[in-house]
Design a protein around this ligand. Structure first.
Ligand code: NAD
Length: 362
């Protein structure tokens, strides 16, 4: 570049070496994600990543959490969840999920949560793909729940209660209905009766062999349930121990519905990642850990130790004690970015193989 050219060039481009920006990035839409997922087994991918996590073949930094109230005063937030899956002899997968949400979105006709997943090139660290994450997020969360239910010895449940009939409630219901062969009845409850009625209608249409009922309150929905999925946006615990049927399992997806007593009195308590839970005192189980009332697996220093992680159960490193007939099991999946990263990588590969996605040069 001549001196004359340089003086005509703005400072912000003159300083660059001219090697080409962020490079090619593959954009993958929700429809394309769905086409890829149909060819994959997302439950198997999630189970394998849970086992990898147990075996130390993952990198799981703390997540970043940004919250604010929007103009309607609604709880609004962004969570960035990086992770890596580093398998011996296999290709490594690195990436990040960015999932943003506002509780006022459904009233505006939007899904509450949405965002993107990023795949990182293992060699250059460049972003190689940007992928719609809402569908992946609900599939991975339901897959963790299924693996947890199976590994904890509750796969023979015949009656399921779903509290909160939005995205997660719906995805959980249909995955559990497909993979738990004994499931015959479903009880639904939602603070918005129309949401429960709409999900019931989808069950009748798509799974006519399953008996479905809509209940006006959570307690009656739980009465016969051997398996409970909480998928509400409740801020405070309201579900006490005596609402839970003895021998049942509660998958505490929305993390805040169970009271502290219900968490402390669980006969079996399983989590996905002990540190993630402990690092987040905004969630009840994290608060109990920070107060020393719940402690890490194997801990003998007082408090109620967590029995195991879902990954340890899925790996066969810990055998779940049979469900306690007079008590109940709580599975508390905080949500691990490494599971999204494993799915993102599988979807990026599938999309590339199928010629799906739109490549852009940023
Ligand atoms: N643990 C995880 O890995 C994980 C992952 C994703 C989402 N989540 C959580 O799952 C929850 C559900 O997410 P979503 O995307 O399905 O939300 P959503 O907004 O689509 O659905 C939530 C539903 O719960 C209902 N609801 C709210 N409060 C209620 C209450 N007290 N009783 C009964 N129903 C109530 C709402 O009317 C709505 O229909 C959220 O709390 C979210 O943070 C957890």
């Amino acid at each position: 570049m001549s001196t004359e050219e340089l003086t005509r060039t703005p400072w912000f481009t003159a300083g660059l070496r001219g090697l080409g920006g962020a490079g090619p990035v593959l954009l993958i839409s929700r429809d394309e994600v769905a086409r890829c997922l149909a060819l994959l087994d997302p439950v198997a991918i999630v189970r394998e990543a849970l086992v990898d996590h147990h075996a130390g073949r993952t990198v799981l930094p703390a997540e970043a959490y940004l919250r604010w109230d929007n103009d309607q005063g609604a709880y609004t937030r962004s969570i960035a969840m990086p992770g890596g899956v580093v398998r011996d002899g296999g290709p490594a997968a690195y990436g990040m999920k960015i999932i943003n949400a506002s509780v006022s979105n459904p009233a505006a006709g939007l899904e509450r949560a949405g965002g993107v997943g990023l795949c990182f090139d293992p060699q250059t660290a460049r972003i190689s793909a940007i992928i719609e994450i809402g569908l992946i997020s609900s599939v991975r969360t339901a897959a963790v729940s299924l693996v947890g239910v199976q590994a904890a010895g509750h796969a023979d449940a015949t009656c399921l209660a779903v509290l909160g009939c939005g995205t997660q409630g719906g995805t959980h219901l249909f995955l559990l209905a497909d993979r738990l062969p004994g499931l015959r009845r479903v009880a639904l409850h939602d603070a918005e009766p129309a949401a429960a009625a709409a999900l019931a209608e989808r069950v009748r249409r798509h799974r006519p062999g399953i008996e479905v009922a809509v209940l006006p309150d959570a307690r009656s929905a739980l009465r016969d349930a051997e398996l409970v999925v909480t998928a509400t946006t409740a801020d405070d615990g309201y579900l006490p121990p005596d609402w839970i049927r003895p021998g049942a399992a509660v998958v505490n997806v929305s993390l805040a519905d169970l009271t502290a007593e219900a968490l402390l009195q669980a006969g079996r308590l399983y989590v996905d990642d002990v540190e993630l839970v402990e690092q987040n005192p905004r969630r009840p189980l994290g608060r109990l850990m920070q107060q020393g009332l719940v402690t890490a697996p194997g801990s003998t220093g007082g408090g109620r130790p967590i029995d195991a992680t879902i990954g340890a159960l899925a790996a066969g490193a810990v055998t779940a004690a049979p469900p306690a007939p007079t008590s109940y099991t709580v599975i508390n999946p905080f949500g691990m970015g490494v599971l999204d990263v494993a799915l993102l990588d599988a979807i990026r590969r599938a999309a590339t193989g199928l010629g799906l996605g739109t490549e852009v040069a940023l």
